[in-house]
Design a protein around this ligand. Sequence first.
Ligand code: NAI
Length: 346
Amino acid sequence: MLFRAAARSLSSPARQFSSSAARQSKVTVLGAGGGIGQPLSLLLKLNPHVTELSLYDIRGAPGVAADVSHVDTNSVPHLTSIKVNGYPADKLDQALEGTDVVVIPAGVPRKPGMTRDDLFNTNASIVRDLAAAVARVSPKAHVLVISNPVNSTVPIVSAVLEKAGVYDPSHVFGVTTLDVVRAQRFLAGIAGADPKDVPVTVVGGHSGATIVPLLSQTPYGKVVTGEVYKKLVHRIQFGGDEVVQAKEGAGSATLSMAYAGARFAGALLRALNGEKGVITPTFVKSPLFADQGIDFFSSNVELGPNGVEKILPIGQLSAEEEELLAACLPDLKKNIEKGKKFVSQS
Ligand code: NAI
């Protein structure tokens, strides 16, 4: 008892918040052995809301779990160590048992010259099969899709869950947070400000022209004009290419993506734990452009104890942003339809 009290007083301020509403949160990472999966698993181990971490991959997950399990962070309110388990290829169902949140970074990344859509043939079936396992084992879990092309993989996961009769649209998210992270970082660089003071909403989808940053809605962003504006938008839309090229064939963004994935998972976990007013852009089933046959869209979403609580409107757009949106919608529609068709023909 004494030891517990002493340990509590030594714990970091971040871990000293009221635990009355805290609940057990088991998080499973599918693709935990990969370039994103490994650092993402580490960052999730640091999240005080995660009480159990389940790491699965067709290669290497038990090793990643053994490694991450030595990190001496705890979750609240439990001062006992958070459980970290690794599961090999044939233990997918065990990895998913009783999980609240599933994060999927499984699949191949881009090489120089590839678009995200070029990954479709390989990643569509990986994501489809993982979603089928989620439907079978943990149908109530919140599913965070990182695997590209997100514009198609989110409709794939949704269609698989729907086919299995367990689809809850408020539980399926495409992780577009890296676009937001890049937008804030790049705009802050131009403005000479701290990125945390430069929030940018990014809507649409997660690839090239479907990425629509709403710079006019921020005080720092609305003063950026002309060539500087054009270059900034292009950099936000194609920032991933900078990383792919710099890695010279060794993959795409992994570390910044792990950070972004952990940030989104953290926001969801805070909302699941009862925090109010958690708002972040994410690619979800959405009514915003459904009348144009586009039923998935990324916009600001208020998260709550049941996932998507409210889909917020995109707000006032500048003339340039109207043009960006007009370019986004047809591409996005094609990407979504491609994902749906893949499942209906599977
Ligand atoms: P990676 O190749 O380093 O890792 C992928 C991992 O998935 C590997 O460990 C592989 O063994 C595993 N895997 C393959 N099939 C699997 C299956 N059926 N079940 C479980 N695991 C399986 O790739 P990286 O760099 O980690 O990227 C992963 C995905 O994330 C790619 O599709 C990439 O395009 C995407 N990505 C998404 C971003 C976003 O903003 N949403 C940003 C960057 C990448």
